[in-house]
Write a protein that binds this ligand. Structure first.
Ligand code: E4P
Length: 217
């Protein structure tokens, strides 16, 4: 399973990238706002840092305008994936930008039927938002399951990019179901390493070796 990091914070991307944990990056307008950076400048920096796909989202709502924005974003670097919303206009933009050879990530997906349309429009990635469905008491993970079944039934090549990941269990369940990619904030990716028994066991080992008075260096 590929790990994308869901942030526009350069230092956090760099830290995870140095460990080989970053197969790509996703941004959105809210993450750009949070970073306090200019969208074109920060996206260019991220693209230079990581070799995998870097999603940068259009802000227009009409297909022609989305296509123009997508073309401009696509000029930033070869590893740009243009992010378009799952609207009818977004699907039109997806088809055109894909025909022109750009990667496209169709975002804000909340139903399996939406995901089916994105695949038919040739999307490189579909981004179902798990956390936002859970927020309104729906089951985000069952959406990932449904999309996996549908894409496998028909051999669609669109990659399932499980998004709006808030917890380590979202990562585990996405991996079990067979999502191709997860995108998660840096703190969620780092917390995958945490386990209370690891901490407890380490504390006991360190206490025991200290009592022996031994040192390796
Ligand atoms: C995905 O591409 C989105 O940027 C992101 O996962 C949204 O997450 P949120 O619902 O926590 O804002």
């Amino acid at each position: 399973m590929k790990f994308f990091v869901d942030t526009a914070e350069i230092d956090q991307i760099a830290e995870l990238n140095d460990l080989g944990m970053v197969d790509g990056v996703t941004t959105n307008p809210s993450l750009i706002k949070k970073s306090g950076r200019d969208i074109l400048g920060v996206t260019k920096e991220i693209c230079a840092l990581v070799s995998g796909p870097v999603s940068a989202e259009v802000t227009a709502t009409q297909a022609d305008d989305m296509i123009a924005e997508g073309r401009k974003l696509g000029q930033i670097a070869d590893n740009i994936a243009v992010k378009v919303p799952l609207t009818w206009d977004g699907l039109k933009a997806c088809k055109t930008l894909r025909d022109e050879g750009l990667m496209v990530n169709v975002t804000l997906c909340f139903s399996a039927n939406q995901a089916l349309l994105a695949a038919k429009a040739g999307a490189s990635f579909i981004s179902p938002f798990i956390g936002r469905l859970d927020d309104i008491n729906l089951d985000g993970m069952s959406l990932i399951e449904d999309i996996r079944i549908i894409y496998d039934n028909y051999g669609f090549e669109t990659e399932i990019l499980a998004a709006s990941i808030r917890t380590v269990n979202h990562v585990l369940d996405s991996a079990r179901i067979g999502a191709d990619v997860i995108t998660a904030p840096p703190n969620v990716i780092k917390s995958l390493a945490s386990h209370p028994l690891t901490e407890k066991g380490l504390a006991a080992f360190l206490a025991d070796i200290e009592q022996t008075g031994q040192k390796i260096l």
